[in-house]
Design a protein around this ligand. Structure first.
Ligand code: CTP
Ligand code: MN
Ligand code: MN
Ligand code: MN
Length: 365
């Protein structure tokens, strides 16, 4: 006779892109604990460990019920010894000492605050910490030279660390929509990122811009950015031009996960009426990402910019390891047939990859 728990153990496919992961799930205390350790590993540039914790957290998010005993997890993928130990502790005591210690460590908190400044990555934050800078006040008082992005990030730190609401996202969508349709009739604006996955808040708002006629998207970014600027809507912007065609590694084989679309990292200035500014303020700052894509790459860009980051990572791992294909936000290359596979919708890309279609709201791995 099998023990009771074993009869109610779960099964989950290996890759997050094979699973449906809703925003709300049954195991937030377990996934939060693992996510915190993943975050800490990322802040310490331990990518291997970070991905291991992210994958473990994603498995727990996909379970159909609350976990009550580790025995239910037998045979599940992506749960290593370390993650299982964390899960065991949380199930037993409601918390895990490694998580609590990390959460309260000076280094973790300093890295979080400093990388929370727009334009500051882990390498910069780590260097500042070694110089004795642990918080914003110490940074402001130091003679540290900041680049333009970091200066804007520091100036608007409070605003940019307030969650962006769905209402803010809708209001920004209207503004971008208005700019695009008045300057480039026929061009299209698509909300991507977390808001497309149904999140109610985000750290920024992400958009893809395209035009249904190939090539007609050229010049779109410059015009949109100039218009936004002339309306006083931009506190900061940095536009990088498309580098896909000239890239050495060639289409479908990007040297990093970064795509090469023309893009704009911006900080918008939203006034009352467009948002609810903090008490006593007339406006608030919001991070916005704009990306322009030719229509022939739109489906790949949409899939690549909808996220979640882990879901994207798993799609690329699936493509490479299971299908001998290479997926990017620009294209899908079949290494066996030595050719690009075209797609005009996300559905077609999933089909090429031999995966069931997962809608955006279920890509919250
Ligand atoms: N992305 C990308 N290249 C970048 C930045 C982001 O391809 N240089 C992709 C990410 O992989 C992700 C999507 O764009 O799939 C959105 O990224 P981001 O805005 O960072 O995350 P969200 O999922 O939107 O979460 P949040 O609500 O915090 O913004
Ligand atoms: Mn370990
Ligand atoms: Mn986003
Ligand atoms: Mn973004």
């Amino acid at each position: 006779i099998k023990p009771a728990e074993e009869t109610c153990s779960f099964t989950v496919p290996n890759y997050a892109c094979q699973r449906r992961t809703q925003l709300h799930h049954h195991n937030p205390s377990l996934s939060d604990a693992l996510t915190l350790l993943a975050e800490n590993a990322e802040l310490n540039e331990d990518d291997g460990r970070a991905v291991a914790f992210r994958r473990a957290a994603a498995v727990l998010k996909a379970l159909p019920a609350e976990v009550t005993s580790v025995s239910q997890l037998k045979g599940l993928p992506c749960l290593g010894e370390h993650s299982l130990r964390v899960i065991k502790d949380v199930l037993k005591d409601g918390s895990c000492s490694e998580v609590e210690t990390t959460k309260h460590s000076q280094r973790f908190n300093a890295l979080k605050v400093l990388t929370g400044i727009f334009g500051v990555g882990v390498k910069t934050a780590d260097r500042w910490i070694r110089d004795g800078i642990f918080n914003l006040q110490q940074l402001r008082e130091s003679q540290t030279t900041l680049n333009r992005a970091q200066q804007a990030g520091l100036d608007h730190y409070e605003d940019l660390n307030q969650p962006v609401t769905r209402a803010d996202a809708d209001s920004i969508t209207e503004i971008v929509q208005e700019a695009v349709s008045s300057l480039f009739p026929g061009a299209q604006v698509t909300l991507t990122g977390g808001f497309r996955r149904g999140k109610m808040t985000g750290h920024d708002v992400d958009f893809l811009l395209t035009h249904p006629e190939e090539g007609r998207e050229e010049g779109l970014m410059d015009k949109v950015v100039s218009w936004l600027d002339s309306q006083g809507l931009l506190l900061y912007q940095k536009t990088s031009r498309n580098s896909y065609l000239e890239s050495r590694d060639g289409p479908g084989r990007p040297s990093s996960n970064m795509d090469r679309f023309e893009r704009c990292f911006a900080i918008f200035k939203l006034s009352r009426g467009q948002t609810s500014p903090p008490a006593g303020h007339q406006w608030r700052a919001v991070r916005v990402d704009l990306v322009v894509t030719p229509i022939s790459q739109f489906a790949f860009a949409l899939l690549g910019w909808t996220g979640s980051k882990l879901f994207e990572r798993e799609l690329r791992r699936w493509a490479g390891h299971e299908k001998a294909m290479s997926l990017s936000s620009h294209a899908l290359f079949d290494k066996t047939q030595k050719r690009y596979l075209r797609a005009s919708s996300e559905e077609e890309i999933f089909t090429h990859l031999g995966l069931s279609f997962i809608p955006p709201s279920q890509r919250n791995a």
